[in-house]
Each structure stands twice: as C-alpha cells, then as structure tokens.
Design a protein around this ligand. Structure first.
Ligand code: DGL
Length: 273
C-alpha cells in the first residue's frame, strides 16, 4: 500500500487526486485528528508525531509513505529521511509535498511575486523560501500564516459565515504585503477545502495553486523512475483509513470530503514508539 499521512482531514485533498491519477494502487490513509492541528506545535513535537505515524504505516506494510502535510514535510521530512529511515528500513521511502509544489510554481507566475498561505509552522520553517531559492532564484515569496484555517476545516466550519472573516483577513493581508503577487500557493493541504471562500476574496487575475494535482503527478513520475518501488506496491484499487480520533467521527467527515462512503479504524500512536 501507499501510505498517506496528514495531521487530520487535509491530506484527503491529496489522496483524492492521487487516486484519480493512479487508481490502480492500494492506499492507506492515516489522519492524526486527535492531535490536529499541528501548525503551531514545536519542531520536536511535530517530528515525534510524524515519526510515530510513519512507523505505524510502515508496520502496516507500506513501503512508501507520502507526508500529505506541509507542516510535517517542513519540520520532519528531512530528519526522518536522513536519520531514521537508515535505521528503520533503508529500502522504504518517505516523500513530502513541498518540492512538487515548488517545481510547479515556477512556470505559473509572470510577475515572479508569489504568496504562500500556510500554517505558522510551515511559514516560519522557511522551507518554501529555501526550495524556491534553489529552483527559481528570481521568485520573491511572501508568507502569511493562517492559524485559524485548519481548525475551521477540522471542525467542519469551512462553509460557515464565520469562515469568511478569517479567510478575508488573511487573503487581503497577504495582498497588502505584496500587491504584485500573481500566484498564491495554498501551502497547507487543508486549505483546498476552503477554496470557495479563498476564491471569493482573491483579486481577479491572481492564480490559486492547490497542491493535489502536482503531488499526484510527482508521485506518478517517481514511480516511473523507481520501478523497484513500483513493483512492491499492491494494485487492487483499495483505500483504507486510520484515525487517532473516533472512527465514527472520521467516517462522517471524510465521506463528505471524499464524496464516497468511508470505513475507518481507530489507531493509537504510542508515545515514544
Ligand atoms: N494539512 C496540514 C498542512 O498541510 C495542516 C497542519 C496542521 O495540522 O496545522 O500543513
């Protein structure tokens, strides 16, 4: 199975696109809903939680895990790849969502002014600025943390009138910081669920980049370039779900996000495992 991890429901926006592009594979999704949001936690906490999730997905038979969470990708991916995988099992792989997004953004912006809407953890990590500098040094990036957006999604308030206030505040805020922005990266996998509101407050002509399709394309290209990994993936087109919250609660919300019935299993991620 391909393991897909997020702090909560946001990774479902990535999973949906992966299943659309690569429906033949089996997927195992893990949402750490009981401990979401991750955005304002310290590096140590995010790293510990993410490693526990990756180990659980490995234990359940995933040779490949996608961190469908920018905060985990920004704060934990490098350490897990460099320090932990060699000890756990060097034949397994963990990939993130930041690099594929940055690769996609270069050809999309004309003004070369890009905005990043993300959690405080992702913005403050500087991961997007660093990756953009490496690939597209002429691009100027402005970050804006949106601390209320993930709680709105996790609490199923993304369509409520209350959400308008928080979305308007941050979108107008980033456009004030740099009015030349022509491309806004949704650098948090929860944010596509607020898309209607984000579109409403984004000036016309500014492109909104959601990550799902780029991450899915990047996974397809990775599997083409790594036939050894591809051969280890089972292909029955199934999708299973794990959550650290109650399975019932997850099933109800995830079904709305995935537009299909979802069967989930509760899992405990043991501290210090
Ligand atoms: N979906 C996660 C991300 O992409 C949200 C992080 C959080 O839980 O705050 O960053």
């Amino acid at each position: 199975m391909i393991g897909v991890f997020d702090s909560g429901y946001g990774g479902l926006t990535i999973l949906r696109q992966m299943r659309q592009l690569l429906p033949q594979y089996d997927y195992l999704y893990l949402g750490d809903n009981a401990r979401a949001p991750y955005g304002s936690h310290s590096f140590e906490v995010i790293y510990k939680y993410t490693l526990q999730a990756v180990e659980e997905l490995f234990r359940r038979g995933c040779p490949l895990v996608i961190l469908a969470c920018n905060t985990a990708s920004a704060k934990a991916l490098r350490t897990i790849q460099e320090r932990d995988i060699p000890h756990i099992d060097p034949s397994r792989r963990v990939l993130g969502v930041i690099r594929p997004t940055v690769e996609a953004v270069g050809p999309l912006t004309h003004t070369r002014h890009v905005g990043l809407l993300a959690t405080a953890g992702t913005v403050n990590s500087g991961s997007y600025s660093m990756e953009l500098r490496k690939l597209w040094p002429d691009i100027q990036v402005t970050g804006q943390a949106c601390p209320m957006w993930v709680p709105l999604v996790e609490n199923y308030e993304f369509d409520s009138p209350g959400a308008d206030y928080f979305v308007k505040k941050r979108v107008e805020g980033i456009m004030r910081l740099d009015p030349d922005i022509d491309t806004l990266i949704l650098g948090c996998t929860h944010y596509p669920l607020l898309m209607n509101k984000i579109v409403k407050y984004t000036p016309p002509g500014v492109r909104i980049v959601a990550q799902g399709e780029y991450v899915a394309q990047s996974l397809a290209s990775y599997l083409q370039r790594h036939p050894d990994m591809e051969a280890r993936l089972t292909q029955h087109g199934t999708c299973h779900y794990l959550t650290t919250e109650s399975a019932d609660k997850f099933e109800q919300s995830a079904a709305l996000f995935m537009h299909e019935m979802v069967k989930a299993e509760h899992v405990e991620l043991a501290a210090g495992c």
